[in-house]
Design a binder for this molecule. Structure first.
Ligand code: ZN
Length: 140
């Protein structure tokens, strides 16, 4: 994952197993801060590396551009990413772009949100819901 430093603008590669550490910029040493926005996972291999390697729980939103309820849940997930930065990572997977992953997890309706802990599916939610309902369901 590439993260841009807010102090100097340098692009930093942050491996998923260091997500919990609040990494620093390789150029100016400023803290990059915890990840506070959803990450787009655009390839099957990238998905596997990210979800397996992540040192934090990862909530993956399986969505598609044509899906109306997905557009409703999108901003709710942005809220969660911000509020739980440093404790939870929110990721998005476009099921049109990466159908192989959607098939593997037998995603039959979208939006579906799957919580992964240590690379394994821990919980699954289907349908659009507000951020506080997602928090309640996942016990955040
Ligand atoms: Zn920097």
């Amino acid at each position: 994952m590439i993260r841009k430093c807010l102090s100097c603008g340098a692009k930093n590669r942050v491996p998923p197993d260091r997500l919990h550490q609040g990494p620093t910029c390789g150029q100016c040493k400023a803290s990059l801060g915890p990840l506070d926005h959803p990450v787009a996972l655009a390839h099957e291999r990238g998905f596997d590396e990210f979800v397996r390697g992540a040192s934090l729980p990862v909530l993956v939103d399986f969505w598609a551009p044509w899906c109306g309820p997905c557009r409703i849940v999108g901003p709710e997930l942005e809220k969660l990413a911000k509020k739980h930065a440093g404790k939870l990572v929110v990721a998005k997977l476009n099921t049109e772009d990466v159908p192989a992953v959607a098939r593997r997890f037998q995603i039959s309706s979208i939006p579906t949100m799957v919580l992964f802990r240590a690379g394994k599916e821990a919980q699954r939610l289907s349908g659009a819901m507000p951020a506080n309902a997602i928090e309640a369901e996942l016990g955040l």
